[in-house]
Design a binder for this molecule. Structure first.
Ligand code: AMP
Length: 430
């Protein structure tokens, strides 16, 4: 059998490919990133790009040693004679904060808004909506702890979703407090779970020792059943005064701007560096993998990476997830158009002329040419298959007179055009 792509990865394919799903359409990815870029750049965000592999230590410190991502899902990169100290990035935030510290971006006016888009890698059990290489759009704001920045980040996420035309999307908002609040909550959870230790999954027994909050996030059905049985108080009950006031302000801003949200006390983001505001966006009807994206404040991250104190907040959308939701809502995706002008020579000696004229016409239009001479009937069939708008035939007569015989495949209109007048051709639908 021919070689196949690695499990859990997708080829992003051209339009018209057989059995093509939206999340694997290269043009759909481009479209989505373009919409997100529009929203984010109008709000003052600038593009940043970091390597797709990083020092393992950065990811370990940035994402947190007790997370599933670091413990089970890292792709390690080796090259000849290497120590294997690199990993493919599982998310964008740690890299962006590293780049901010390393390149002196602190000198730019704060808060600094950055965005990026690209592939992320996690060795997860793959299924629809969950891949080992997936793509994200990320937005990060560095240098401000103001709740106004939190509210704006959430509102921008909602703006992106709206720009895509999605309607059935909910914002679930929570707060995971400050580190001392979490310590109190973890102490409470440890006390609560210890008598039930025998019922916990192996993973959660380990979590009980390291970071009990993570048990709430467990994917194990047995753990979830136990949670139901014993009734756990939410993190929100444990917010300290400052984190509580911050959370209230974020909500006030969102209400003021008419950005809908619901409080979800169960939000426990899987990443260690989060502080205070945490949220997720969910879509109706795409099943268990309904999280389109999530974000949170991470004021402790910069110091964790060995930099000074730099408050930060950010979010990431999963592009494939968004495209699943777009498909689910029946939103029509723009398709790559066929040639606006398709030039066909009727005899072999005029093929180079068709090529030359197509090259000239590309100053104004999407123009292609047939690499072999065709008879008019075949030329029209070929043009139709390619989705061409205008077909320009060049026979010996047209070559001698410096003209083209044009036919509009959409309207049936036919006329003769001087080759020197190609610039006057304005196709319908741009
Ligand atoms: P996270 O960095 O875990 O908060 O993920 C942010 C978003 O990226 C999620 O809400 C998903 O939309 C998407 N995402 C995360 N992991 C995967 C994956 N393995 N496959 C596809 N999308 C993912």
């Amino acid at each position: 059998m021919a070689l196949q792509r690695p499990k859990g990865t997708n080829d992003l394919l051209p339009d018209g490919s057989p059995k093509l799903e939206a999340f694997a359409r290269a043009s759909a990815h481009e479209w989505l990133i373009g919409k997100a870029r529009g929203v984010l750049e109008r709000a003052g965000a600038q593009r940043i790009d970091t390597p797709v592999f990083e020092e393992a230590e950065l990811v370990k410190r940035g994402v947190g040693g007790s997370t599933d991502i670091v413990r089970k899902e890292m792709f390690t990169v080796y090259y000849f004679g290497d120590h294997g100290g690199y990993v493919l990035r599982p998310e964008g935030t740690a890299s962006i904060v590293r780049a901010y510290l390393e390149n002196g971006l602190k000198q730019l006016p704060a808060p600094l808004k950055l965005w990026t888009s690209g592939p992320m890698f996690r060795a997860e059990r793959h299924q629809k909506g969950r891949y080992r290489q997936f793509h994200q759009v990320d937005y990060e704001v560095l240098g401000s702890a103001d709740p106004l920045v939190d509210a704006e980040a959430i509102a921008l996420m909602v703006d992106v979703v709206r720009a895509l035309g999605l309607r059935g999307v909910h914002v679930k908002l929570g707060s995971i407090g400050d580190p001392e609040d979490r310590e109190r909550y973890n102490a409470y959870l440890r006390e609560l779970f210890t008598p039930h230790e025998a019922r916990l999954s192996d993973d959660s027994r380990e979590r009980l020792a390291r970071n009990p909050m993570r048990i709430l996030d467990s994917k194990s059905a047995g753990d979830q059943e136990l949670l139901q049985d014993i009734g756990v108080r939410p993190m929100l009950d444990f917010l300290g005064e400052e984190a509580g006031a911050h959370f209230a302000q974020v909500q006030d801003y969102l209400k003021d701007w008419g950005v809908g949200f619901e409080i979800d006390p169960s939000i426990v983001r899987g990443l260690d560096y989060y502080r205070r505001t945490a949220w997720e966006l969910h879509a109706e009807g795409i099943g268990a993998k309904s999280a389109l994206g999530g974000g949170g404040r991470y004021d402790g991250l910069s110091e964790g990476l060995g930099g000074g104190a730099v408050p930060g907040i950010g979010w990431a959308f999963g592009i494939e997830r968004l495209l699943l939701a777009v498909e689910q809502e029946g939103i029509e995706l723009p398709r790559a158009g066929g040639p606006q002008l398709y030039l066909v020579a009727l005899d072999e000696e005029n093929v180079p002329l068709a090529a030359r004229l197509a090259a000239q016409a590309r100053a104004y239009l999407r123009a292609e040419f047939a690499y072999r001479a065709l008879k008019p009937g075949s030329a029209f069939k070929d043009a139709e298959r390619r989705g061409a708008v205008w077909v320009g035939l060049i026979g010996s007569e047209e070559a001698a007179q410096g003209t083209l015989s044009l036919k509009n495949m959409q309207t049936g209109e036919q006329r003769t055009l001087a080759q020197s007048e190609l610039g006057s051709l304005t196709p319908p639908n741009g």
